[in-house]
Design a protein around this ligand. Structure first.
Ligand SMILES: [Ca+2]
Ligand SMILES: [Ca+2]
Ligand SMILES: [Ca+2]
Length: 223
């Protein structure tokens, strides 16, 4: 004989429950339905917080889709059931919840429950906090990895400015704005200037430097 376990659903959302069930398979392949409370349930491995005596399993909060294994025992036989806990909310894990940074990114660089992973912390002391490094796509625990930008006179065309920044990623948008006064109403987007990409570096040309002074701002948008 053997014990065959099932779960409905087999893939369970984090923080939700799934109902486990079991059938006994006799040597002649006869199936005998068992009620869940006849089984001794346990969590073998993975993010299941509990399985009650009626076989209702509760999934923990996770930062990525994670495998778990439930175990059931009956009449001296033991069966194992692989499950998947789905990461349906990217920002709900413990002390990292609802802080605007994806939890898998925070765990990747800081492990779990690390106060250095908070958005406003500049963990690597490079002058850019974790929120900015997350948006910019650079590494928050490596002080050499930071977003760089500069404004300079174009060496090829004196009298015109160029704004140079890196790294640039295809899944983000980079909006350069300019102002001659620094007043909120005076920031305008560069729409007509030329843009040159070289690897992960982008150069935006501003041919109009007629104003006495000109200020630039760069907005990074991560979807
Ligand atoms: Ca989650
Ligand atoms: Ca978070
Ligand atoms: Ca860094």
């Amino acid at each position: 004989t053997a014990l065959q376990l099932a779960a409905a659903p087999a893939t369970v959302d984090e923080g939700s429950t799934t109902q486990l069930s079991a059938v006994q398979v006799l040597d002649d392949d006869t199936l005998i339905e068992l009620t869940a409370d006849e089984i001794t349930w346990s969590v073998l491995v993975g993010p299941l917080t509990s399985i009650d005596t009626d076989g209702l399993a509760t999934a923990a909060i996770v930062y990525q889709d994670t495998s778990a294994t439930a175990q059931g025992s009956f009449g001296g036989k033991t069966g194992a059931l692989p499950l998947t806990v789905s990461n349906v909310n990217a920002d709900d894990l413990g002390s990292y919840a609802a802080d605007g940074l994806d939890d898998d990114w925070q765990v990747l660089y800081f492990g779990e429950e690390n106060p250095l992973a908070a958005p406003g912390i500049d963990a690597d002391g490079d002058g850019q906090d974790n929120r900015f490094e997350f948006i910019a796509g650079v590494i928050p625990n490596d002080g050499v990895s930071r977003f760089l930008w500069r404004v300079e006179e174009d060496p090829d065309t004196p009298g015109q400015n160029r704004i140079v920044f890196s790294p640039r990623f295809g899944d983000r948008s980079y909006n350069v704005k300019a102002s001659t006064t620094l007043q909120a109403s005076d920031w305008i987007n560069f729409t007509g200037s030329s843009v040159i990409d070289d690897g992960d570096e982008r150069t935006v040309i501003d041919p109009d430097t007629s104003a006495a002074s000109k200020f630039y701002r760069l907005e990074i948008v991560k979807p």
